[in-house]
Design a binder for this molecule. Structure first.
Ligand SMILES: [Zn+2]
Ligand SMILES: [Zn+2]
Length: 375
């Protein structure tokens, strides 16, 4: 399935300013929020698309990567959480290295040595984000070759000291008054050269292997949370340290709860009889339990009840938990029997002033408005 351009998704020109990106996102996200489009699966999909586009375009680094490489910058090597989720042939790791190299204070000169960072996309449910979980992932990655211990030299031979740089990895050249030092072109900074390459790894010193890693997903993670597994990325070159593995989490939409940071929202249908007379309704909670909410008589549709501490835990803020907001939706009954209709007509006949203050207030305003106009 081909993906739509992120700029098109948000209806923006490529030159759009950060404010324009934000504005377009807000407008579209409101319009296509699944809550506003119940029963419309297309809206759900569109909403995801809008969010995805915004995630990239709001971040200057990611936007720059997208401008350069398009969707490939974020997709390659990013199978949705599946064990086959990596693709070494892609340019992705390079891009990723660019993005993170500077953030983590990596110096340019070290880039040849330090292994690349890897990305692993994982999708979890809202319940899993609530509880946290420990899971295993399978990561195919470059590891030091067992045949040569990473030296790249065939068994029984050793890498030799590079003649061009005498093992320093750097060569100096004089230019006028200056002496310029640069990486040795012959050994590419390694200081050693391999005359008889290892057969297992063709002299690279690395082989590909699938590793199983145990990952702790802490409670309270959000869509877009990154988890860094230090040193679990690609093996380093020339004896350099390995890169890191980043787990990019996405949290699935829930069929009952909508999340806003640490708070949860849900709609609960209530019969017009319960709303009128008052009563108890049972409300599910994200922990898998039920809570009884007492609805007072005369409750209007749209009224919100706050259940303190029934929301999501806050990441890394031990014991901090958000709230659950339950919004009442009074349901109009359908498929009435003959008797029910009679009862409602009898009920209507008993109506008296003050029964429906909102209706009365509205028609008073209408009368005022139309009356004023006629004069
Ligand atoms: Zn080897
Ligand atoms: Zn050299």
């Amino acid at each position: 399935m081909s993906k739509q351009c992120y700029y098109d998704v948000l209806g923006l020109a490529r030159s759009a300013s950060p404010e324009e990106v934000k504005g377009a996102y807000r407008k579209l996200a409101k319009e296509h929020h699944p809550d506003r489009n119940p029963g419309n699966n297309g809206a759900d999909h569109k909403f995801k698309e809008i969010n995805e586009a915004y995630e990239i375009l709001k971040d200057p680094n990611r936007r720059a990567a997208y401008d350069r490489f398009g969707h490939a910058a974020f997709e390659n090597g990013a199978g949705r959480g599946g064990p086959q989720g990596f693709d070494f042939a892609s340019s992705f790791t390079d891009v990723f290295d660019d993005l993170f190299g500077e953030m983590m204070g990596g110096k340019r000169g070290r880039r040849h040595n330090r292994g690349s960072d890897l990305r692993y996309n994982m999708e979890i449910t809202l319940e899993e984000a609530f509880r946290g979980k420990t899971t295993e992932i399978h990561v195919p990655t470059l590891v030091l070759c067992e045949g040569c211990g990473g030296s790249g030299a065939e068994h029984g031979t050793k890498p030799e000291t590079c003649g061009a740089c005498a093992g320093h990895g750097k060569v100096r050249a004089s230019q006028g008054f200056f002496t310029i030092e640069r990486t040795c072109p012959k050994c590419r900074g390694a200081g050693r050269v391999v005359r008889h390459p290892c057969r297992d790894c063709s002299g690279s010193g690395h082989t590909q292997k699938e590793r199983t890693l145990s990952v702790d997903i802490p409670m309270g993670v959000e869509d877009g949370t990154r988890i860094r597994l230090s040193g679990e990325g690609q093996a380093g070159m020339n004896g350099g340290p390995p890169g890191d593995l980043y787990i990019f989490l996405s949290v699935q939409q829930h069929q009952i709860f909508q999340r806003d940071a640490q708070d949860l929202y849900c709609h609960v249908p209530v019969s017009f009889v319960t709303a009128s007379l008052g009563g108890d309704v049972e409300v599910p909670t994200i922990s898998g339990g039920r809570v009884k909410v007492t609805i007072p008589d005369g409750t209007q549709t749209g009224h919100q009840f706050k259940l303190r501490g029934k929301g999501m835990p806050v990441l890394k803020a031990h014991g901090h938990v958000g709230d659950l907001f339950v919004e009442v939706r009074v349901e109009t009954p359908v498929k009435l029997s003959k008797r029910q209709k009679e009862l409602l007509k009898a009920f209507e006949a008993e109506a008296h002033q003050g029964n429906q203050p909102e209706t009365e207030g509205f028609f008073a305003k209408v009368k005022d408005f139309l009356g004023g106009k006629a004069n």
